[in-house]
Design a protein around this ligand. Structure first.
Ligand SMILES: NC(=O)c1ccc[n+]([C@@H]2O[C@H](COP(=O)([O-])OP(=O)(O)OC[C@H]3O[C@@H](n4cnc5c(N)ncnc54)[C@H](OP(=O)(O)O)[C@@H]3O)[C@@H](O)[C@H]2O)c1
Ligand SMILES: [Zn+2]
Length: 366
């Protein structure tokens, strides 16, 4: 079945862009600040070349796909989930590579939100006499690169608040004990998410209470930057996060707080960054300038509330474990937001729910 006359896309076009997205995902965790991109070269209805952007600093997806196709690129159609770049970056512009390879047609998932590109890649291709089609599977393309879009448009990383709570809305027992709220499948899912995040953030209290590792626990060789936000810097001298053999750690704190511990941490190779006032905003700004796109907030309710209030969170991933712990004082995922009426509540959009092992994952956008 083909789509209606005003959309010039076929089911084959959709399938090829979906294939681009599958290829693009292979770069997850390695491309920031670049986007996730896959490309497929087609002659008739036969794939003759494929590629993806594997890592920042490496050639772009189109270049790999053209190389893979070789001479078969001449007169071919190339599918790519993001508009080809048109400016000299770390690598030469892909538009020139496509023109040189003499492709006949370029089918694009979404226009590049980067103001340096935005539509100019398409124009350059059209000026060279190449047919260009835009907007195939656009929603799926935007979803895959949601963190890149946030980075480019807002000049801030994409913040994801992740937590695990019991059916009665507690993230720990009254004692603060929280290992584990969810089962092994959900925890393994979190390890996979860390493998594709640029940074994972917790607050000082979580370090004191849980002594977390925040690593990928064997699901990937890749580790995110582990970030601790502590205003007081009243942190333990011994902690799993201070072992930086397998994963780096940075402590963001306030100037002049517990200088002795700051020095001890630095001697162990933990990076310490200070601000006059520590807020989620200054941390996200700092992570943006490190080239990060995707930041995973795995903090408790106090820091989660501060992050939500400051606009550092764009997406929520909440695990619900079908168990009840009770406790008047047991902490919940988000502490005070200063909201008085239920109709002031932050309503999530595009909400989805899935079962993971014995737990449920609710995902939605702010
Ligand atoms: N189930 C889950 O998903 C989950 C996840 C994480 C934590 N937890 C549980 O949550 C509890 C801890 O909760 P929490 O809310 O205290 O967690 P938290 O993640 O430690 O966040 C609070 C801490 O963040 C630091 N912070 C830095 N800048 C801040 C700012 N601008 N505003 C507010 N805080 C800032 C402060 O550290 P300093 O005091 O060092 O200055 C503060 O104590 C523990 O029982 C832990 O087990 C559960
Ligand atoms: Zn490119």
């Amino acid at each position: 079945m083909t789509h209606s006359v005003d959309t010039p896309f076929s089911d084959f076009d959709s399938a090829m862009i979906q294939r681009c997205l599958v290829l693009a995902r292979r770069g997850m965790g390695y491309t920031s600040p670049n986007p996730l991109v896959g490309a497929v070269v087609v002659q008739g209805e036969t794939i003759v070349g494929e590629g993806f952007h594997p890592k920042v600093g490496q050639p772009h997806a189109e270049v790999f796909a053209l190389r893979d196709a070789g001479e078969k690129a001449t007169g071919a159609t190339i599918y790519v989930n993001l508009e080809p770049c048109n400016h000299q970056g770390r690598t030469p512009p892909c538009t020139q590579a496509l023109i040189k390879a003499k492709v006949r047609k370029v089918v694009i998932g979404m226009i590049d939100p980067n103001p340096l590109v935005c539509g100019t890649g398409i124009q350059t291709l059209r000026d060279a006499g190449i047919e260009v089609v835009v907007g195939v599977e656009e929603a799926a393309c935007r979803r895959l690169n949601e963190a890149f879009i946030q980075r480019v448009v807002q000049q801030r990383p994409f913040g994801i608040l992740k937590y695990a709570m019991t059916l009665d809305g507690k993230i720990a027992a009254t004692t603060g004990h929280s290992s584990w709220v969810t089962g092994t499948e959900a925890r393994s899912w979190v390890h996979h998410q860390r493998a594709i995040a640029d940074a994972v953030i917790v607050g000082g209290n979580t370090v004191r209470q849980d002594n977390p590792f925040l690593t990928t626990h064997g699901v990937s060789d890749r580790q995110p930057l582990r970030v601790v936000m502590s205003r007081r810097c009243d942190l333990p001298v011994q902690a799993n996060l201070w072992d930086i053999k397998n994963a780096p750690t940075v402590v963001f704190t306030e100037t002049d707080q517990n200088l002795a511990l700051q020095q001890t941490l630095q001697q162990q190779g933990v990076e310490v960054v200070t601000f006059p006032t520590l807020t989620p905003e200054v941390v996200m700004e700092s992570l943006y300038y490190r080239g990060f796109s995707q930041v995973f907030w795995e903090c408790g309710g106090v820091l989660a509330a501060a992050a939500l209030k400051s606009g550092a969170i764009q997406k929520v991933m909440a695990f619900i474990a079908p168990k009840i712990i009770g406790g008047q004082e047991a902490p919940s995922p988000v502490s005070d937001l200063g909201l008085q009426q239920m109709n002031d509540a932050i309503a999530l959009k595009d909400v989805e729910m899935q079962a993971i092992g014995s737990d449920f994952l609710v995902t939605g956008y702010i």
